[in-house]
Design a protein around this ligand. Structure first.
Ligand code: SF4
Length: 616
């Protein structure tokens, strides 16, 4: 095994309370690189098909990448994954902070949590020493409050990943939290931890990461840091972070507003990056080794409610601000704090609350069912609903399963505006007037998430009405962006300040000693992409093309207001893009990977598994 890898995977079984280190499989390292690649490969191999996502057979896997923790910009990303209780297919979520590097320093390339404890517990990892301790005193506590308690008990030098009350209550949109404001937000992995009664994982490490060529790593790392500092966008982007994009998204008619009813929010100036900086910002906060710290640590006050919170970043501004129509940055930040402390993904949390508000407005759910009057632009309504969701109280018990499940219960046409794909709530770019972005959401392997292909800038540059050529761009982005998830690095330097992607394969070679071209890295992302797609066919009876369509609002209701007024993609256009996408991916008309594609990528096991189910 070359440098970059620690050579071990830690397996912790919560049923029999055993922990053991296993050697890292060199073939897995070669073919799947690390991070999301390891997460999905381990889940594919180890979680039985048809397992209950909240049962003992599901596993939580977390993996840094081969570049995590090394001397280069922003090398602190980690992937969490599990069979998702939100979607029923394999899920994963990306988290920044310092947890990733610490796992490497503790000596591991991945941690697998399996089985189920019968009482609240915390896994404490101190290099080779691993203990499963009682966590009764942390159970029921909010994310930041519990993280503080754990740090007080163990020491500041431990890095903690933990769940809040929503995860404990197995709310299917619960996140994993870390570092007082960083989250692995998507696909409900917090609920899987909660089902295992696992409140937290605490890690401390003292090992060095082996490097194939330390001098070259140093030179390449220096080059990369200086390269970032020299980018024209370096000084401009950091002060506002991701929320700085808010005016632009409104200007191009893509800002989720009123449960994705429209795409322009009249009050967006009051909730964007400028308002954040002027009114609530205290200091910047970044992940491990980051030259462009996008975390905006803030203090907010809304009447008698006050809180410290990291954020809100753009997605939070969009889903809690525009989509729930909260009109001030103070309210958005307070709503952000509530989600963080309860342990809820702000994207899905905002989407579920806005869905409930629209259901209430239309009389689909009554005041009596909800327990009080709720309305748009009202922080008290938001607090009431989000707390009910986290505690699974009253109507919150239904909403806690996400918009797809809630719409299936509420009926009365609510499916049309339950905004999700594959059960995952849509994130912060409304795409009725952005074909490539629409296709990116439709084809994202975990459900409607933007981070695999942020394609809206391509739509704006190349034509908003044009559907031809969009599939190729989406696939290109679905190769570049997930590369960062395999390597264990942040993509935002590449996205936001134009830092060259070619530096990363160079650094990979310096760290691991393995020469890898950009094309080989893309092929590894394709391997993971086809693995997750195949697993969805194996996991969900009838899975295929029908699961890739957006909700009917997006192809039946033209945008009603703002710059995109009257715009909409038709179902025929969506089908054109899907056909094009499937063909370029090497998939059949239902979107299933063909034998030739799987064999080309070395996924013989997928071929056998599909054959075994009569699907190939
Ligand atoms: Fe973390 Fe933001 Fe820096 Fe990325 S840009 S490493 S998310 S602080």
């Amino acid at each position: 095994m070359g440098g970059g890898y620690m050579g071990k995977i830690l397996r912790v079984n919560l049923t029999n309370k055993l922990a053991k280190a296993e050697p890292l499989d060199p073939k897995m390292a070669h073919d799947f690189i690390g991070g999301r690649g390891f997460v999905q490969k381990i889940l594919y191999d180890e979680v039985p098909i048809g397992a209950d996502p909240l049962g003992p057979d599901n596993k939580v896997v977390m993996a840094p990448g081969p570049l995590s923790g090394v001397f280069m910009p922003a090398s602190g990303k980690i992937q969490f994954g599990a069979l998702s209780p939100a979607t029923g297919i394999m899920g994963d979520a990306n988290m920044g902070g310092h947890f990733s590097a610490e796992i490497k320093y503790a000596g591991y390339d991945a941690i697998i949590i399996e089985g189920m404890s019968d009482h609240p517990c915390i896994v404490v990892i101190d290099d080779d020493k691993v203990e499963i301790r009682d966590a009764a005193r942390y159970w029921g506590k909010g994310s930041a409050a519990a993280e503080k308690m754990i740090k007080d008990d163990l020491g500041e030098d431990y890095q903690i990943a933990l769940i809040g009350p929503a995860g404990e209550n197995m709310v299917r949109i619960a996140c994993v939290s870390h570092d007082f404001g960083r989250q692995a937000g998507r696909t409900g992995i917090g609920a899987v931890m909660g089902s295992k009664k696992l409140k937290a994982i605490a890690v401390r490490g003292s090992n060095s990461i082996p490097l194939a060529d330390p001098d070259r790593v140093y030179e390449q790392g220096r080059k990369m840091f200086h390269g970032c500092f020299a980018k024209p966008g370096f000084k401009g982007w950091t002060p506002l972070g991701t929320s700085g994009v808010t005016p632009w998204v409104n200007e191009v008619g893509a800002f989720p507003t009123k449960n994705f009813w429209t795409t322009f929010f009249e009050d967006h100036e009051g909730i964007g990056g400028e308002a954040l900086k002027e009114r609530i910002w205290l200091t910047d906060k970044g992940c491990f080794g980051c030259p462009t710290p996008c975390g905006k640590y803030s203090h907010t006050r809304v009447g008698k409610k006050a809180a410290y919170v990291e954020g809100p970043e753009y997605e939070t501004v969009a889903l809690l601000g525009g989509n729930c129509m909260l009109k001030t940055i103070e309210e958005v930040a307070y709503a952000n704090y509530l989600c963080d402390e309860l342990g809820l993904d702000t994207i899905s949390g905002g989407a579920v609350v806005s869905f409930a508000l629209e259901c209430a407005e239309r009389g689909i759910i009554t005041e009596e069912q909800i327990g009080r009057k709720v309305q748009w632009s009202d922080i008290d309504s938001f607090e009431y609903l989000i707390t009910a969701i986290a505690k699974r109280e009253g109507i919150g018990d239904i909403l806690a399963d996400g918009v797809r499940a809630a719409a299936a219960k509420f009926g009365q046409g609510s499916e049309k505006f339950a905004i999700h794909v594959k059960g995952l709530e849509w994130s912060g770019y409304e795409a009725r007037w952005a074909p490539a972005m629409m296709l990116a959401y439709m084809t994202c392997d975990i459900g409607a998430h933007h981070n695999r292909a942020w394609a809206i800038t391509y739509d704006v540059a190349k034509g908003r009405e044009e559907v031809e050529g969009k599939a190729a761009k989406v696939i290109e982005l679905q190769r570049i962006r997930p590369s960062f998830d395999l390597l264990g690095a942040c993509r935002l330097q590449w996205v936001e300040i134009g830092f060259e992607f070619e530096h990363y394969p160079d650094m990979f070679e310096a760290v691991t000693g393995r020469k890898m071209t950009v094309e080989e890295l893309y092929e590894a992302t394709d391997r993971v992409w086809n693995l997750t797609r195949t697993r969805a066919f194996l996991e969900v009876p009838g899975f295929g093309r029908d699961f890739d369509y957006p909700p009917a609002r997006f192809y039946e209701e033209p945008i009603p207001t703002g710059p995109g007024k009257g715009k909409m993609l038709t179902l025929a256009q969506l089908d054109f893009m899907l056909d094009d996408y499937y063909a370029q991916r090497g998939w059949d008309a239902k979107g299933k990977p063909t034998r030739a594609t799987l064999e080309r990528l070395g996924l013989g096991k997928c071929v056998q598994d599909l054959e075994g189910k009569g699907l190939l």
